[in-house]
Design a protein around this ligand. Sequence first.
Ligand code: ARG
Length: 463
Amino acid sequence: MGVKKIEKLWGGRFKKNINKEMEEFISSLSFDKKLVKHDLLGSIAHAQMLGKCKIINEEEKDKIVEGLKQILKEVQKGKIEIVNGEAEDIHSWVENKLKEKIGTIAGKLHIARSRNDQIALDERLYLKEEVLIIQDLLKDLQKSLMLTAQKNLGIIMPGYTHLQHAQPILFSHHLMAYFYMFERDKGRIQDLNKRVDILPLGSAALAGTFFPIDREYVATQLGFNQVSENSLDAVSDRDYILEFLSASAILMMHLSRLSEEIILWSSKEFNFIELDDSFCTGSSIMPQKKNPDAAELIRGKTGRIYGNLINLLIMMKALPLAYNHDMQEDKEPLFDTVSTLEKSLFLMSKMIETMQVNKEKMETSTKGDFSTATELADYLVKKGLSFREAHKLVGNIVIYCLENKKILEDLTLSELNFFHKDFNKDVLKILKPQSAIDAKDSYGGTSLKMVKESIQKAKKTLN
Ligand code: ARG
């Protein structure tokens, strides 16, 4: 309705018009319009190369490049809108617009090029940009974690295994654990970018081209590090997108674990942190509610990020070479993963930055939780017992405490000596959570010294 019908790029061979439902079904414009800038930049570089290699003349080249640059400007200023249904895909849309501007010369832009190498180019250009944005967002998140760890240095919390109190740790140590997960995520993304950074243009439909093109020149113009080696491979593979979706799935898994902890920690039972009001919502019926929505949604959206990876893996499975229209289905999962990831990273970083830490609640919750029992066992090992013997003996001490409603810190030396004669006065101080933490001075451990060092190192890594 009201949409001007524009000619098909492939219309020449057809006697009949395309069926309307068919036309809608195959159209990708509604989503590949996201690639308009990349399509235009790729086209400009291609036209410049055609001119340089004298495949088109200087005047033709100038007209085409000028026309494309104008379209780019108008798109960026919001002067032209890309209306769904206006063209089959973004490549056709650009060419149609160019024809409106400069006439039939526009048709020369497609010499030595196919939409098959064009879409691979657009996606690579797009992903190269997004990879940088995501790395920056990851850095911001790491910075939030690092600064929050620094600000709260010294706060003790229970460390968990099986979600049961295990051993006391520093809250900062816990936060820094995520810092390192995100460091590896950053590394994975940086690494996969090497395989994104390859120019596919010049592969044409699948076989390369008869025209004397200069692919190195186009690569330099567009800032690609390398030119693809095999034309069939270049137009038919999407492994660089799959790598990105896998790295994103792993990254999202990390975000979902952090989200889960934030949700637990802000519950009444834990009450370790309080999220800032600006990252929570309330309930329409229960006036007292304050819900950790951002964290819940990041946790929830992890499902679709995994789904996007599986979607593309299945779509690509067993496709014969070279290009198949199935591959048009790669775009929505890719775009969805990028935007979900970017929003999640941003919100997570803000949530961490603005949350209040409840030092008192964290520290009192280690009281009487027997989480220094290992210290007691280690103490006996130092006196010459085997760890197994010591473990059993301390187990008996725990039973004694439970039966007599005592906590480890309450035990007197004579009570301890009842279990083993080698306990001396110095044992009493190792039962405090603080001493247990100080004692974990092995490299990468939770002692204040180690955590301080780790934060210092993290700072260097970020700079
Ligand atoms: N819209 C297509 C895609 O996203 C572009 C390539 C189309 N090539 C073709 N021969 N129909 O994959």
